[in-house]
Every structure is written in C-alpha cells, then in structure tokens.
Design a protein around this ligand. Structure first.
Ligand code: GDP
Length: 366
C-alpha cells in the first residue's frame, strides 16, 4: 500500500508539487512521519491564521457537501477532550444524515469505568449539543477496541450508502481508519486507498472502497487552536499528552489552597468545605499543591521556565476563570491537558491557563 502522509494539523495529504495547493511541504522538509503542512506550520509558529490555513470556511464547506449526500456520517470524538473535539455547528451542516458516533481513546480512561456508563454520558453530552446519533460506540483505535462492533454498525446503518468519516484533527481518525484497513480489507492492497478531491474544491479526501458501489471517505479535519497542546513546543508534548491510562491523583483541598499543573495552569480553591479534587492528567505532568498565598510567587520564581510559553512571563499573563460548583460531581476541564473532578456544592474555584486555552465545567465523566 502506498503510504499516504497527512498533515497532523489539518489532515491534508502532504504534497511537494504545488505550493498553492493544500498540504504543501517543501521536499527537503519531509524528513519524518509527523509532518505539518506549510500552512499549519505557519499557523502554529507565527499564529498567522488568515490565508495560511485550511480555513474554518473550507472545513464547513466540506461538511456542507457531506450534508448534500445521502450517506452515513461517522463522527469521531476524543473522550480525553470531549468538548474540545466536537465540531462546532456540525448538525447545521450535515443535514438530516444519520450520524454514528465513535467515542475514541477509551484506553486513557480508567479501566474500572463501565463502557455503558461512558456511552450514556456521551449521549447526554451530545443531546446538549442537539445531536441524536443512530448509535454511540466507545472505542480505542490504538487498542482495536470494539472494532467488530463498529464494522458491523457501519454496515448496518449505511444501508448501502457511502460513508463519510468526520472529526477534528487529533481525535484519532487516521489510526482508526488504518485499523479498519488492517482488519477488514479484502481488496488488493495496492487498490486500498485512493485520493480524490471534492468536486469544485481543492480539498483532498481519502477514499476506500467498501463494495462495488460504495466508498468510505476520510475527510480532513481542522485543529482546535484552543487546546493546551498548541501552546507547547513539540518536544515537550510527550510530557503533556497521556500515552497510557490516566491514574487518578486525589488531593484533599481546603479553601486557600492551590493546585498547579506544572507550569501550565492552576486551580485555586476560593470557597467551600474541604473537598476531594481528583486530577486526571498525564502521568508525566508534575502536580504541586501549595498555599494560594504563595502561589503567584512560586510560579513567577520557579515555574515559568518549565514550559516556555510564548507571551507568558509571570502568572499575571495567564487568564483566570471563576466557576461556582454545582451539586454532585463535576469536571473542570483544561482543553487538551486533562480534567479535575470535584464535588463541592456551591464551592468556588479560579482556574488560570494561558490565554486562548479553553476551560470549562461539565458533568463528571467518571
Ligand atoms: P487524526 O488527526 O484524527 O487523524 O488522528 P491520528 O490518528 O493521527 O491520532 C492523533 C493522536 O492520537 C496520535 O498521537 C495517536 O497516536 C493518538 N491516538 C489515536 N487513537 C488513539 C487511541 O485510541 N488512544 C490513544 N491513547 N491515543 C490515540
């Protein structure tokens, strides 16, 4: 099978022939598997958004074109950063097509959490977005979890139609499609993948024949620029992106105490009774507890250098968000970094993160 390289930013097929075409990388720059196209490179390093990226409009145009087809949409979401991996406005664009949701990266959540529980949680979150999928399947492309179930579900729900796989960048679409190919491909290897363009656009799709009359199309994604991972240098990502099951770290916190997630963010406990704060982050991330009184000083003297984040020299350069905690367990999520489960009805927390990183509160996933 000819290896198709995709930009890890936008999912465009990497090519070195046409600088104006999407996915362009100069030949000499293609020296490893993890490659960013020139446009995404500029976006990431120089924050040049306009004219240099497969724009949100291009992406929505693709979704609009998918909406015009009578097809099954397979929508992949990342369980580790669920809200951060949702496609904003998806329903508006895909019309009345059936949507099969694959909630990926289950391997990162503790094994003890029941699949059924996760599935119900996903359904409730999607309902809030106004999406009612034909089915939700919990999976891990990395571990081939439920691959047979997914394969059968696609076959059942597509009813002979084409299939379009959609998802934001990094949710694990490529890993999943490769797993599908490895396990079920009955076609000659060299015919497995072809690359086509959506008519009238310059956007590449990977197409995989399902049978004589229908195909599965992998559509390019876009990056969520509000994830922590985009603030961090590539060589430091290993410390931040969890590779294995998240190990819950429990902290009993009193008002006036702070938890730091290395130099990347912090949570101050402002009001409430003593409560457990359960941290679900990469095992390589250092978590410190300190008194809030000393927290600014600690950051400014010791922590600004642990991760050099552009534009952040002191804690004052971070952005603060305050949340009042609801009844029951909730998660405070720092997009792309992890989440903290807290139960402290009426309590208040303040969260500091680099500007542009999303923080949110949600019903606890675990
Ligand atoms: P795409 O941009 O949606 O095509 O995503 P990729 O397949 O390139 O995966 C993005 C990142 O997520 C890579 O670092 C993968 O190794 C990782 N990844 C993909 N699937 C899984 C999974 O099931 N579990 C975990 N832990 N990581 C995954």
């Amino acid at each position: 099978m000819e290896k198709v390289m995709k930009c890890y930013g936008c999912g465009a097929i990497i090519q070195s022939e046409d600088e104006k075409h999407i996915g362009y990388v100069p030949k000499q720059a293609i020296n490893h598997d993890h490659v960013l196209c020139q446009r995404c490179f500029q976006l990431k390093n120089y924050h040049r958004l306009q004219d240099t990226h497969m724009s949100k409009d291009d992406f929505l145009e693709i979704l609009g074109l998918v909406g015009e087809k009578d097809c099954l949409v397979v929508y992949m979401i990342d369980l580790f950063d669920f809200q951060g991996s949702l496609i904003q406005g998806l329903i508006r664009h895909i019309g009345f097509n059936d949507v099969l949701v694959l909630a990926n990266k289950r391997d990162l959540l503790p094994k003890s959490v029941k699949e059924r529980k996760l599935e119900h949680w996903v359904r409730r979150q999607l309902k809030e977005e106004g999406l009612k999928p034909v089915d939700v399947i919990i999976t891990s492309g990395k571990k081939n979890l439920n691959l047979d179930t997914i394969y059968d579900a696609i076959d059942t729900y597509r009813k002979g139609r084409d299939v379009y796989v959609v998802g934001m960048t990094n949710v694990g679409k490529s890993t999943f499609i490769n797993a599908l190919l490895k396990h079920y491909a009955e076609v000659e290897e060299q015919n497995l993948i072809t690359v086509s363009e959506f008519p009238g656009t310059t956007l590449n799709l990977i197409e995989i024949p399902l049978d004589e009359n229908s195909k599965l199309y992998d559509t390019p994604g876009i990056m969520n620029e509000n994830q922590m991972t985009h603030m961090i240098k590539p060589q430091e990502l290993k410390k931040v992106i969890p590779q294995t099951e998240l190990r819950p770290m429990v902290y009993q916190l009193n008002v006036g105490q702070t938890i730091y997630f290395d130099g990347l963010g912090r949570i101050d406990y402002l009001e409430g009774n003593q409560a457990s704060f359960i941290a679900y982050f990469s095992r390589n991330l250092k978590i410190h507890r300190t008194k809030t009184q000393k927290a600014d000083d600690l950051y400014n003297r010791h922590m600004t250098l642990t991760y050099e984040i552009e534009g952040i020299d002191t804690i004052q350069d971070m952005k603060a968000y305050e949340f009042t905690l609801p009844q029951g367990k909730c998660d405070i999520v720092i997009s792309g970094l992890g989440f903290m489960t807290i139960s402290s009805h009426g309590g208040k927390v303040r969260v500091y993160v680099p500007p542009r990183v999303s923080v949110m509160i949600r019903e606890a996933i675990i």
